[in-house]
Write a protein that binds this ligand. Structure first.
Ligand SMILES: Cc1cc2nc3c(=O)[nH]c(=O)nc-3n(C[C@H](O)[C@H](O)[C@H](O)COP(=O)(O)OP(=O)(O)OC[C@H]3O[C@@H](n4cnc5c(N)ncnc54)[C@H](O)[C@@H]3O)c2cc1C
Length: 80
């Protein structure tokens, strides 16, 4: 009979632990306080794309940072 396990938190760690426990044969319930899993790495849908909640991307509307990146010869790929 499968062991029943609860994992508190549906961030990267909780989801990885849950995945490993399922692989080992456990019946796992992930308890997450937010409506969506993902924690600090969570995203949300914007039209056809996904954006990170805590973003590390550039918007097309960001004028200064892409210009600075070009000056410093860093790759700048605007997300939207
Ligand atoms: C902008 C940004 C860029 C990053 N870039 C990188 C990178 O390049 N490489 C890298 O390795 N890492 C990166 N990180 C860090 C990485 O995202 C985090 O270390 C990782 O997501 C943490 O996962 P976690 O599961 O430990 O914690 P969290 O993501 O914080 O997840 C914890 C979860 O538990 C839930 N929770 C907490 N308390 C309760 C409760 N009492 N009941 C129910 N649910 C609860 C929370 O809602 C949350 O969903 C970045 C983070 C940010 C914000």
């Amino acid at each position: 009979m499968a062991r029943r396990t609860g994992v508190l938190g549906g961030g990267a760690l909780g989801l990885t632990v849950a995945y490993r426990l399922v692989q080992a044969g456990d019946e796992v319930t992930v308890i997450e306080r937010e409506p969506e899993p993902g924690g600090l790495a969570a995203g949300f849908r914007v039209g056809p794309s996904y954006l990170e909640k805590f973003y590390h991307h550039l918007f097309r509307s960001n004028r200064t940072r892409p210009r600075t990146a070009r000056r410093r010869r860093l790759a700048a790929t605007p997300a939207l």
